[in-house]
Design a binder for this molecule. Structure first.
Ligand code: ADP
Ligand code: MG
Length: 227
């Protein structure tokens, strides 16, 4: 069973004294298992901050973040590390792969940090993202789209409840972008992952279940095509 992600009235303020930036301003967001949420919005509006707070990388200034009803806000550093390793997957703009590792070893990497309850099989996962034939290659031997596929496989190998994706198509051409977001949608729906994808790319929004817009740290729903 996978878990829902909830942010309730989350505020994140950077800096102190007179020099503060409100990156998130009373943000509330519910993401159900199997839901692909897109967050669009201008640069500097708080999209990456939202992912950092949702993924327990950054502590909210106020408000709460819960995963399946368990509150992450206020949990110990150790508990948060465990949550990040076991329950949360991150995918970054350009894949963020380790230069020296083959695709197969990139996907195995999250399983080497400690015990994972029910990992997916790395080779089967590479096949699922269409990269099994290049499992022995290192990042410099892969295209941008291929690196992104490996990054997605790496994020999914621990069977996370939550997948957080920051501008996955920023370095890709139009067709690759469609393929990558279609893959994210497929994995999200098939494995019941609560996925939040930040994007500038309006051409990929038709793959998403719910679309939000972030403006000046405030999140508003744009559409909910599934109803
Ligand atoms: P986006 O991803 O939408 O471009 P960010 O979440 O990166 O936006 O940034 C939101 C706002 O918070 C911006 O004004 C940015 O300058 C500020 N910000 C982000 N991280 C920090 C930080 N570590 N310290 C101070 N300000 C920050
Ligand atoms: Mg950003």
């Amino acid at each position: 069973m996978t878990l829902a992600l909830d942010l309730t009235d989350v505020t994140l303020v950077h800096g102190d004294g007179d020099d503060t930036v409100t990156a998130l301003d009373s943000v509330s967001l519910h993401v159900s298992p199997g839901e692909l949420v897109a967050v669009v919005g201008p640069s500097g509006s708080g999209k990456s901050s939202l992912l950092a707070v949702a993924g327990a990388l950054t502590e909210a200034t106020s408000g709460s973040v819960t995963l399946g009803g368990t509150t992450l806000t206020g949990a110990s550093r150790r508990e948060l590390t465990a949550v990040r390793r076991q329950r949360i997957g991150f995918v970054f703009q350009s894949g963020n792969l380790v230069p020296a590792l083959t695709a197969r070893d990139q996907v195995r990497l999250p399983l080497t940090f400690g015990s994972v309850e029910k990992p997916r099989d790395p080779d089967a996962l590479l096949a699922a993202v269409g990269m099994d034939h290049k499992a022995g290659r290192r990042p410099h031997q892969l295209s941008g789209g291929e690196r992104q596929r490996v990054g997605i496989a790496r994020a999914l190998v621990t069977r996370p409840d939550v997948l957080l994706v920051d501008e996955p198509t920023a370095a890709l051409d139009r067709q690759r972008s469609q393929d990558i977001v279609a893959l994210l949608a497929e994995e999200t729906h098939q494995y019941g992952v609560a996925t939040v994808m930040v994007t500038h790319d309006h051409d990929v929004l038709h793959h998403c279940d719910t679309i939000y817009e972030m403006i000046d740290g405030r999140l508003g729903v744009v559409t909910s095509p599934a109803g």
